[in-house]
Write a protein that binds this ligand. Structure first.
Ligand code: GTP
Ligand code: MG
Length: 327
């Protein structure tokens, strides 16, 4: 495993796309493999990349739009990585295949890498492997990393945690626009794309969005712009990318970039720790049936709170024993 990994990492460093793909797959396979890979790539992951999240309701045109955004970045000779996170069907299914076919125009371009990621093993939020994939794309030398998530509510919040810039995609006549706005995704928006601007009702929705932005963001130092786009023709996409870049510049100049990265890093550490503790509880119970028997069960007067206190104490002893062995 170690030799295989060393070979892969050395190919990866030479820019081999298959090595990149294999390393992402290994990160998906297990946390242990991910840890070894990230250890080996420690220095490379310091590279800069602009991480851009795209969020919005299913079918709103995110993939179509991203396809055009890739074109725009390629015109600027930037390397792009895209991770399409599919929360409903992790491995197969319409959305994933759809993403492939809509984005595959760039699949022959070595400077573009597109991949669907599942949400397997998630503990709320984007999967650990998605964050590792972002780290790998960054180390690989991509200039821009796009993360597409579908849905409303929690998914937007999750994508915001890993992104520097969040593009919230809207479309005309999205049922009751105001109601949709209340559902949450706007809070995390840095840029709005009003996609499908060719449809009837675009102007009315634009007006609604404008007044909402004025209301919600007026006192912020960055007021999210609203850009009309047509994913199918590419109209408005140049302007969209310009705004995405302006936002990045804003983040750098105000020092917010570092704050966002720090926050993302802390969330990741917290998620990893929660996951490891929960694995520890399971393995403790699974590997040693006595562990459960040690927990007092007094007939009639059982107190699960006290019992769980004792169990936690037991786990802490186990952990400190384990870390001491490692040191
Ligand atoms: N009329 C019109 N249709 C569009 C536009 N952009 C995308 N579409 C169409 O909308 C449909 C959905 O597009 P997708 O790009 O798959 O949407 P998505 O948001 O990625 O969908 P999920 O990944 O399933 O959430 C497709 O049939 C597109 O051709 C647009 O600007 N105008
Ligand atoms: Mg899509």
């Amino acid at each position: 495993m170690t030799q295989e990994l060393e070979e892969l990492v050395s190919l990866f460093r030479k820019g081999d796309t298959r090595a990149l793909a294999k390393l992402i797959t290994m990160c998906e396979e297990s946390e242990d493999k991910a840890r070894r890979i990230i250890d080996m790539l420690d220095v490379d992951t310091q590279r800069r990349a602009h991480i851009v999240g795209f969020a919005g309701a299913p079918g709103i045109g995110k993939s179509t739009l991203i396809n055009r955004v890739i074109e725009e970045y390629r015109r600027r000779d930037l390397g792009v990585g895209v991770l399409a996170v599919d929360p409903t069907s992790p491995y197969t299914g319409g959305a994933v295949l759809g993403d492939r076919s809509r984005m595959n125009r760039h699949s022959v371009d070595p400077k573009v890498y597109i991949r669907s990621m599942g949400t397997r093993g998630q503990l709320g939020g984007l999967s650990r492997a998605t964050r590792d994939a972002i780290r790998l794309l960054r180390a690989y030398g991509k200039d821009v990393i796009i993360v597409e998530t579908t849905g409303t509510g929690q998914n937007e919040v999750d994508v915001a945690r890993v992104s520097h810039t969040v593009v919230v995609v809207m479309m005309p006549n999205l049922g009751d626009t105001v109601q949709f706005i209340e559902a949450g995704p706007v809070e995390v928006a840095d840029v709005f794309a009003l996609n499908k601007a060719d449809l009837v009702g675009a102007d009315a929705t634009m007006a609604e969005l404008r007044s909402m932005v004025q209301l919600r963001f007026a006192s912020n130092s960055w007021v999210p712009p609203i850009v009309k786009t047509i994913g199918t023709t590419g109209e408005g996409v140049k302007e969209l990318v310009e705004w995405i870049e302006k936002h990045y510049k804003y983040l750098v100049e105000t020092g917010e970039l570092r704050q966002r990265e720090r926050r993302a890093y802390l969330y990741e550490v917290v998620d990893l720790t929660k996951h490891r503790l929960s694995t520890l509880v399971d393995s403790e119970i699974g590997s040693d049936s006595h562990a459960l028997e040690k927990i007092d069960f007094l007939d009639g007067s059982a107190n699960p709170y006290k019992a769980s206190d004792n169990f936690v104490k037991h786990l802490i002893e186990r952990i400190s024993g384990h870390t001491q062995q490692k040191l």
